[in-house]
Design a protein around this ligand. Structure first.
Ligand code: PEP
Ligand code: MN
Length: 346
């Protein structure tokens, strides 16, 4: 923390700040410039907050220089983390050495639709299956998902395909039932700042996929991750899924720079959702290329056996030629940036 004194601050006022800092066990380093003095503080930042330094005579401003998040920061854990998803003996990595391809339907609609989407995903090279049983829709009249029945369908499709399941939880009361069926719990954009839900998934014992709030800054997103970490769960993967801007050509604006910005400050893996970012199937392949190029640890993509009939997000779902093209991109491009395909650890 740095305390900036006003230009006319007296020696007594400076000494008073120093004494207050030392009274809570901190150290204060005074540096006097031509115009004004600044005081660098070293010690426990929480105890400095209680001092109300901004209110002291002669103080012009107070700046925090260390990150407000701790457990998820690179300072706390200098190596980038790998999160393993799936049952013992069939775990899939998401981390710095590999590129993980997650695919599946936006929503679980029927057993047949989910199984055929899963087979499409698997034949395109996906090693994890996505699919929502609880759908957080903007409209309360839109399809809300099959709930527990959807979880059971996902579990049966995992038995049929061997693909571990990533699925969303929207309510803290459902965390237990979702964690019983799923391998990874997804927190969607609309719930990124639902702190009770974040704490509940932090206690679930399952890896968490934390999507960025559509209006959240990167710092707010990392603070949301800190809520999960603080409950003892550091198996967190971040997902950039586009933010809301003035541009109406795409559903959201993919903030591709979020990937290296996050990697410079946090050890958590980060993947990209090109489907929900663009909201258009023609953008999924180019945005996936961008994600690989910028250093993302994976992508999560919507596929559907019949997008025209999809109950949710049909316009962004891939099949046929587009999915074949995506499969080539995720197979060929990651090795060019030093990443292997994410295969199962047995
Ligand atoms: C989803 O992945 O199904 C979803 C609803 O995404 P988001 O929360 O990013 O809108
Ligand atoms: Mn969707």
């Amino acid at each position: 923390m740095v305390v900036v004194m006003s230009p006319g601050a007296t020696d007594e006022e400076i000494a008073h700040v120093v004494a207050r800092v030392e009274s809570v066990g901190g150290e204060a380093f005074v540096s006097k410039g031509v115009e004004r003095a600044i005081i660098g503080l070293v010690g426990d930042i929480e105890s400095f907050h209680h001092l109300n330094l901004r209110a002291l005579p002669g103080v012009a401003d107070v700046h925090r220089i260390s990150d407000p998040y701790k457990l998820v920061s690179l300072q706390h854990h200098p190596q980038r983390s790998t999160v393993w998803v799936g049952p013992e003996g069939a775990q899939v990595p998401i981390g710095p050495d590999t590129f993980t391809f997650i695919a599946g339907p936006c929503a679980v609609e029927t057993a047949e639709q989910t199984l055929s989407a899963a087979r499409m995903a698997q034949s395109a090279g996906a090693t994890l299956l996505r699919g929502g049983a609880y759908k957080p829709r903007t409209s309360p009249y839109a399809f809300q998902g099959l709930g527990e029945e959807g979880l059971e369908i996902l579990a049966s499709v995992r038995r049929a395909t061997g693909l571990p399941i990533v699925t969303e939880v929207v309510d803290a009361r459902d965390v237990e039932v979702v964690a019983r069926h799923a391998d990874m719990l997804q927190i969607g954009t609309r719930n990124m700042a639902n702190f009770g839900l974040l704490q509940a998934v932090g206690e679930s014992g399952k890896p968490v996929l934390l999507k960025r709030g559509m209006t959240a800054t990167i710092e707010e997103w990392l603070m949301a991750a800190e809520y999960i970490a603080q409950r003892g769960n550091l198996d967190i993967v971040l997902c950039e899924r586009g933010i809301r801007t003035f541009e109406p050509a795409t559903r959201n604006t993919l903030d591709i720079s979020a990937v290296p910005v996050v990697q410079a400050t946090s050890h958590l893996p980060i993947i990209v959702d090109p489907s929900h970012a663009g909201g258009r199937k023609d953008l999924v392949v180019p945005l996936t290329r961008a994600a690989i190029g910028v250093g993302a640890d994976g992508v999560i993509v919507d596929v559907h056996p019949n997008p025209e009939e999809a109950l949710c997000d049909g316009p962004q779902a891939l099949l046929g030629n587009e999915l074949r093209e995506l499969a080539q991109v995720v197979r060929r491009l990651p090795p060019a940036v030093g990443r292997a395909a994410a295969t199962v650890r047995s």
